[in-house]
Design a protein around this ligand. Structure first.
Ligand code: MG
Length: 381
């Protein structure tokens, strides 16, 4: 039994507790905090920006000194989300078509509650059937908005621990022997290199890299450059002796059977890049490739990339997160998923001279995350 005194003390506590709770509720509902409905008036800006490369960028297919990337800014309920598209000629993309596709999907964003981002993805997948980078720009901006609406970085919303993120590699494009040596020296702070090959001068390229760094782990990307399985086998056997960690896309994407044969004849992992864009491409690669390289520009954004990660894990495949030549918008977006993957190759923003944004940084290959909400970028275009 409670004494009268104890009863009065308890009542007092609960009355006090209630009044505190009431005033807290009142504060949250105050006029200074407008409600984030996800349905307010929508503003969408789209702009192409020329990103200048620090060095001419050459891979087995082509060469470039700049890239025209398309940036998207969405604003609703006082919250801004940024996205980026990096159109790639390999996939028949250019900045004009990309801009047109984004414009053609504007009404989906305008007419849907942004919190229903899964519905938006499905509608956009139906509306945009080429220029996957246009889908990526929209999805990145949308997920940036979502993260900001919840006031959390996306990696936190997905339950990921940034301590699990792998180191990123740094890419060395195809060049003269002298320039390759110079680039490898410049890349001294990066603990892992990804070297572009797929030419008739591959041995010269690797020898140039190894003349500067004897032991640094190197990964090799042939970008579909070797045209027969015999040529690929001979090259990979030699590369294995040079301490190469894995080979990316040795032969054309369509040569799945030949790649399965190749995989049976070599001792290092083979990773698919051009052979995989979205989750539906993964099942046919099982047995031919040891892993996949996911890029937001191919997948059409973060939501599909996440689906690909879960699917590749279900098949026991290795996962790399890669990029095109992108600013800190595309790179910081992809970095949010790195704690979930085996390898990272997110150096696109490090290769450009005029990044309009800043976000997730890299120090000696290690991602330095910030705790800003969404994709964690600052800047504008
Ligand atoms: Mg590649």
């Amino acid at each position: 039994m409670l004494t009268r005194k104890q009863f009065l003390q308890l009542s007092g506590t609960s009355i006090l507790g209630f009044s505190l709770f009431s005033s807290a509720s009142a504060a949250t509902g105050s006029k200074s905090q407008p409600k984030i409905s996800g349905t307010g008036p929508m503003k969408i800006d789209i702009k192409t920006k020329k990103l200048i490369l620090k060095h001419t960028w050459t891979i087995s297919r082509n060469s470039s000194n700049f890239k025209n990337n398309v940036f998207v800014r969405i604003e609703r309920d006082g919250i801004v989300g940024y996205g980026e598209a990096a159109p790639n000629v390999r996939y028949g993309e250019d900045y004009q078509k990309t801009t047109n596709r984004i414009r053609a999907a504007e009404d989906i964003l305008k007419n849907t509650n942004l919190f229903h981002y899964v519905n938006i993805k499905e509608a956009i997948d139906k509306r945009i059937t080429d220029q996957s980078c246009a889908k990526a720009a929209i999805d990145i901006a949308l997920m940036d908005w979502i993260g900001k609406a919840f006031n959390q970085p996306l990696y936190k919303l997905w339950g990921l621990n940034t301590a699990d993120a792998p180191l990123t590699s740094y890419s060395i494009g195809i060049d003269t022997v002298e320039m390759i040596k110079k680039k490898v020296r410049e890349a001294e702070p990066y603990p892992i290199l990804k070297v572009k090959v797929g030419t008739h001068r591959d041995k010269e390229i690797i020898n140039a890299v190894r003349s500067v760094t004897k032991d640094k782990p190197i990964r090799v990307d042939a970008n579909e450059g070797w045209k027969t399985k015999e040529e690929a086998l001979e090259n990979i056997k030699w590369l294995t002796d040079q301490g190469v960690e894995f080979i990316e896309q040795p032969m054309p994407a369509s040569m799945i059977e030949e790649t399965a044969w190749l995989r049976d004849h070599v001792n290092i992992p083979i990773i698919a890049d051009e052979a995989v864009k979205t989750a539906k491409d993964i099942p046919k690669l099982v047995g031919a490739y040891d892993g996949i390289n996911i890029k937001l520009m191919k997948s059409g954004g973060l939501q599909e990339a996440l689906r690909m990660i879960y699917m590749a894990k279900a098949y026991g495949m290795k996962i790399m997160l890669g990029c095109m030549i992108e600013s800190s918008v595309g790179i910081s977006a992809a970095a949010q998923l790195t704690p979930f993957v085996d390898y990272a190759d997110l150096d696109g923003n490090l290769l450009i001279a005029n990044d309009p944004f800043s976000g997730v940084k890299v120090d000696h290959g290690k991602f330095i995350f910030n705790d800003k909400p969404g994709i964690g970028v600052e800047g504008t275009f």
